[in-house]
Write a protein that binds this ligand. Sequence first.
Ligand code: SF4
Ligand code: SF4
Length: 435
Amino acid sequence: MPIGGNKQPAGVSELDEAIVTSSLSGREWDVSGSSSRMLHSRVLTDYSAAGFAKIAALEGGNSLEYCFGCGKCVPVCPVDLVSEYGPRKIHRAVQTGFDLFKSDELWKCTTCGNCLRVCPKEVNMIEVMPAVREVAMVEGTIPDELQQVMEKTFRYGNALGENPRRRHAWTKGAGVEVRVLANDPSPVDVLFYVEDYWSYHPRGQQAAQAFARIMSSLNVDFAILGAEEKTLGDSQRLAGEKGLFESLMEEVVDVLAKYQFNRIVTPDPHGFNALKKIYPKYGHTFEAFHYSQLLAPLLDQIDFAGSLDATVTFHDPCYLGRHNGEYEAPRKIIEAIPGVKLLEMGRCRENSYCCGGGGGGMWLDGFNSNQLSERLSERRVREAAATGADILAVACPYEVSRFEDAAKSTGNEGLRVMDIAEMVDIAMRGEDWRS
Ligand code: SF4
Ligand code: SF4
């Protein structure tokens, strides 16, 4: 049964004439006919509380039942724009007997948080979906591609299944010295937590090298963990693998305890979210920053040798913006680069669209492909291209590869996708981004 269900109320009553008058302004609205249905009390004869009881019994699962069907969440849900989705539709489906635990629909939510932002009842899909997914994992109804990522993470400490000893291979191309703490364990100011996609993905490695050069030019005292680094695992947690997240966290905390540092800086908004909001719930507190937050206060110390000469639009990462309230730092960086004009997309900041990578979506493009009219990253790239910008700037390691693929598949090859660190680095070195 599709989300939304096949059932309709047994009877529908409409008033031929219905005028609603505002007690404040005296203004009148004519809601006669179909618009008047909500003026009558409606008895839901097909309601079952059984589905909600099963979900509400899970830690974090109880809020789905709070929904009173106002519908505010549906138009802001990025998945609904390419499918039939949103908490209201899921709520109604569960009400009419839909088994979310065994459904493919369970894996579509990216935990982007836009529904929670507008929901008057605080229905929290960022807690509901991981709770239900955790049960689905135990019952073995998990998509194969996601299962493989969990196994790679468990085995190698990274979602890509790469050799942990190659964690710092990217440093060879940085052109500056990058200290690995295992080789030199003396105290350091900034622990640069590189995370998976900047460590291993070729495009991520380029951004990591750019960021290392920037920090070096700013005389930031920084070092990395190298082979001792493991993913912080927040997307695995949100995809339902709380146990894996917890065991990774204990290993990470043990490694961090070996070294003295003042703050942790990571390019990954998902890892940043784990350090800032989830680790403290387990008693592990660190001074954690997104790399944009480290760079933004240092901009006046950057000596730009050249100008970018480009129009740029910026995609707010869900886990930097909506989840952690940081909208300004990346924009300050972009606007400080000489020769840049920033063009905002219609959906930006709090209402930014989602790239589709959050909550495990990064690893579910294949699984979701025949259920969505297009990938979320494709829709977002089309929005970015519509601004007329030369460059789509990103500040999350998931996004460069997602958006580059989407630019190709939507015929927007002319739109260049670049990490903000790459943009700063190019202007700092006086290079031409087009070459
Ligand atoms: S915004 Fe909240 S209360 Fe309104 S329909 Fe959506 S989940 Fe239900
Ligand atoms: S968290 Fe995002 S993707 Fe999930 S239901 Fe809410 S708006 Fe849709």
